[in-house]
Design a protein. Structure first.
Length: 805
């Protein structure tokens, strides 16, 4: 293909950029969407009018007019696509605003009728699924509006699956702007009014049969079978999930574009072997893709993966990377018109980036590598290299680590993934023939076991990933590094450009090495050696450290063993003398593997699920003394004393879970007096407040700063520092009203998502605060704090902790 042809095929790139930017702006500022739409339609009309007038003009066109006409047409098309996306948001705005305006604050019960539109998946608090609400009631007449919601349930009732009609009664809050969901609803158990209809029910049964067949085979490979074949990840353990992420293989644990491409390619190949003509082969492949999407569940992420796979296959069938790029640009633009909220979706961005890399860069990189290795090997290397380079800037923006073995792991697992998908899918479709299905599942287990072993091997490496510069700066540096690497790998690059790219690559590698040193040994050197209380940065979860006279206690483990490991390394912790598991949600115990064999005494709250007891048994097998605990229990940690304030023994009003979290108070021995509130909601907090007769210097805010809090408790505690274990989330944590409550009570709010890891030291000069990242002070820090009255005594709150730099 000529450079000019390639240029023509990339002309739609500005259209994608316009659609993406306008969509992101419209969903983030929905009240402005009508203005965006109107302005863009006017611009589109102006450009279209100019084109019409030009065609009506007689005479010989002036030089360069063809270029002007092409640019005008492109501008008109870009404005039309962007305007259509903004119009979509504007049309949905009235219903979304009516639901968002309902009086749902303060824990008021909300009644919702809805249809499940996404597969239920396990979450930190139980189960989570997307639904389309048809009616929402909050203390008055129902509001009938079709709006998307997210439901978080403690349990999954029988029949809850894609397509089911449900009734929900629980608490809710309005999602942050930019989220597709209008409400996030918390419920104990949704009521299934009608099970999935017809084809959805059949697909659900097939998936369940495959899970049952796979469960008879050894883990961890068995857990991947249903994930690779039909996108069901319920059998993937937390440990395996973390290992897959470390190895950059997480795209294999659920349906991705690669799975869809395997299905399309298989149908196309079989049809060709039967002598079917090319046109009909394409039709059959498309039908196979649609059937696969229905089987794995036609939720938005799966439909998107199917669309991207179809585009990649179309580019291959056409044999023209440039044509594939044009089709990709058009498809992404259309996706944004029909679902503008994709503009803020990391998954969509990764899909687009990876597909673009495969269409545009994989072939040329393969040609370049073929000069030094056999062509089949060159192509096998080029695909993961291109995809990894395209996706790295997006990945490091949310997880500032640079995986060292991503390409190697993907090369090693590349032959296994399609085999597992094909065999697993065949087993699913032959569920009516148990013997045949069992044999096919066993065949699928072999490549799945290989994939799991690869992930485990990478995870066991002494250094599987390098620390990277966080936030926007890290993403920009990664983008520069990726661009330079692509230039170096491409064939027939001008020598001057090649030298420039090599120089940029060398500089970026140097910066990366420096960042690794700064965030490693130097970061550890920056941590106060005399810290006594620390908050780990483990994302959306809790992990807090207490230290007195050389003994260390850990309150919860966060969701990810790797993140907890990094925190323990940062604070120089090797041994855990006391581990407290407040309750068994994944955001509090998911990182427990990091302390297996390192904890001496484990105290825990009430158990409810078999998995809770399994975790405790594993800790016991590693040598820990494991004991349940209730209010009244006391003990020592070095020179400090601790006391459990909650849950109360034999109290049945609060079942296991958030409201039965272990609440612990500690003081003395160089530790600032601290109250750790677990995930308690307002009601049990109020019970504790009624029995509390002392202040604390530090409070660990309950449930990541959710709205369900007791103002009376925080005013009574009157803490100087409020620690919030929180990461990126779509729940709105910490809620603005809770931050205001804390600051008005005189506390300095320290958030893990802003400050990173943080540490407190109690010295002769009072309480000193250190945090990992530069963070703006809480709003109260810039104004004199008020006096707070506790049990009739006024306490001046002007003695704020000093910041240590």
């Amino acid at each position: 293909m000529s450079a000019r042809a390639s240029h023509r095929d990339l002309r739609l790139l500005p259209v994608v950029a316009a659609a993406w930017l306008v969509s992101a702006a419209a969903v983030s500022q929905p009240q402005a969407a009508p203005v965006f739409a109107g302005t863009l339609w006017v611009l589109c009309g102006g450009a279209t009018t100019a084109l019409v007038l030009r065609r009506m003009r007689r005479g010989h066109p002036p030089a360069g007019s063809a270029t002007v006409a092409s640019l005008t047409a492109l501008a008109a098309f870009a404005c039309a696509i962007a305007a259509a996306s903004a119009t979509h948001v504007a049309l949905l705005l009235p219903d979304r605003e009516r639901v968002a305006a309902l009086p749902i604050s303060g824990g008021r019960v909300v009644e919702v009728t809805a249809t499940v539109v996404g597969k239920p998946e396990r979450s930190e608090t139980g189960w989570r699924f997307d639904a389309e609400a048809t009616s929402v009631t909050a203390g008055g007449d129902p509001v009938h509006a079709g709006v998307p919601i997210v439901v978080r349930a403690q349990e999954r009732p029988r029949g809850l699956d894609l397509g089911a009609a449900v009734s929900i009664s629980g608490s809710a809050f309005v999602a942050e702007p930019g989220n597709r969901a209008v409400l996030i609803v918390d419920v104990d158990v949704p009521e299934v009014r009608a099970r999935p209809p017809g084809i959805f029910a059949a697909a659900s049964r097939l998936r369940a049969d495959l899970l049952a067949q796979a469960a008879t085979l050894p883990q961890p490979g068995a857990g991947l079978i249903a994930g690779l074949a039909v996108g069901d990840t319920t059998a993937v353990t937390d440990e395996l999930d973390a290992q897959m992420k470390t190895a950059s293989l997480s795209h294999l644990t659920a349906v991705s574009g690669a799975n869809c491409a395997v299905v399309v390619g298989l149908v196309f190949t079989l049809a060709g072997a039967l002598g079917i003509r090319r046109g009909w082969r394409v039709v059959l492949a498309a039908a196979g893709l649609v059937g696969f999407i229905v089987l794995v569940s036609p939720e938005p992420s799966v439909v998107r993966a199917g669309a991207m796979a179809a585009i990649s296959m179309l580019a291959v069938l056409l044999g023209r990377a440039g044509a594939g790029a044009a089709v990709l640009c058009l498809a992404v633009s259309i996706c944004l018109v029909f679902d503008p909220w994709l503009a803020t979706s990391l998954g969509f961005a990764l899909s687009a980036a990876a597909t673009g890399a495969l269409v545009l860069a994989a072939g040329p990189i393969g040609d370049s590598l073929a000069r030094i290795m056999p062509r089949p090997l060159a192509l096998a290397v080029a695909v993961p290299v291109a995809a990894q380079l395209a996706c790295t800037p997006l990945i490091v923006a949310i997880d500032p680590r640079l995986p060292l073995f991503a390409v190697v792991a993907n090369i090693l697992t590349a032959p296994a993934a399609p085999l597992a998908t094909i065999a697993g899918l065949a087993a699913c479709l032959t569920a009516g023939l148990p013997v045949l299905a069992a044999g096919l599942v066993a065949i699928a287990w072999l490549p799945c076991a290989w994939i799991a072993a690869t992930a485990q091997a990478v995870d066991a490496m002494p250094v599987a990933a390098l620390p990277w510069m966080p936030d926007v700066g890290g993403a920009l540096l990664a983008a520069l590094l990726s661009a330079a690497a692509i230039v170096v790998l491409l064939p027939e690059v001008p020598r001057a450009l090649l030298r420039l790219a090599a120089s940029v690559l060398a500089i970026a590698v140097g910066i990366a090495g420096g960042t690794a040193v700064v965030t490693g040994p130097i970061a550890r050197a920056d941590v106060p050696v005399d810290w006594s209380l620390a908050m780990c940065d483990v994302g959306q979860g809790d992990a807090f450290l207490l230290r007195s006279r050389g003994q260390v206690a850990l309150m919860d483990t966060g969701p990810d063993p790797a993140l907890l490991d990094a925190c323990l390394d940062l604070f120089g912790v090797e041994r855990i003398d006391l581990l407290v598991l407040t309750h068994f949600d994944l955001d509090h115990v998911g990182g427990a593997d990091a302390v297996a064999g390192r904890a001496e005494l484990v105290l825990h709250g009430p158990t409810a699920e078999p998995s809770d007891n399994t975790l405790l048994a594993e800790l016991r097998a590693e040598g820990a003394d494991v004991r349940p605990v209730a209010a009244g229990a006391t003990g020592t940690l070095g020179g400090a004393t601790w006391e459990v304030l909650w849950p109360r023994a034999r109290r049945t009003a609060f079942p296991p879970g958030n409201d039965a979290s272990v609440v612990l108070a500690a003081r003395g021995g160089g530790i600032p007096s601290v109250l750790m509130l677990g995930d308690l909601s307002e009601e049990p907090q109020a019970v504790i407040a009624g029995a509390l007769h002392e202040r604390f210097e530090v409070v660990k805010v309950a449930h990541h700063g959710s709205a369900d809090q007791s103002p009376a408790l925080y005013r009574r505690v009157a803490a100087r520092v409020a620690l919030v274990g929180v990461g990126e989330n779509d729940y709105g944590h910490p809620r603005a009203e809770i931050v205001e409550l804390l600051t008005s009570s005189g506390a300095e709010v320290v958030r893990a998502d802003v400050a990173g890891a943080a540490a407190l030291t109690l010295g002769e000069d009072g309480l000193e605060l250190w945090h990992q990242r530069s963070a703006p002070p809480s709003p109260a820090a810039s104004s004199p704090p008020p006096s707070v009255r506790v049990d009739g005594e006024a306490h001046d709150r002007r003695d704020r902790p000093r910041r240590r730099t």
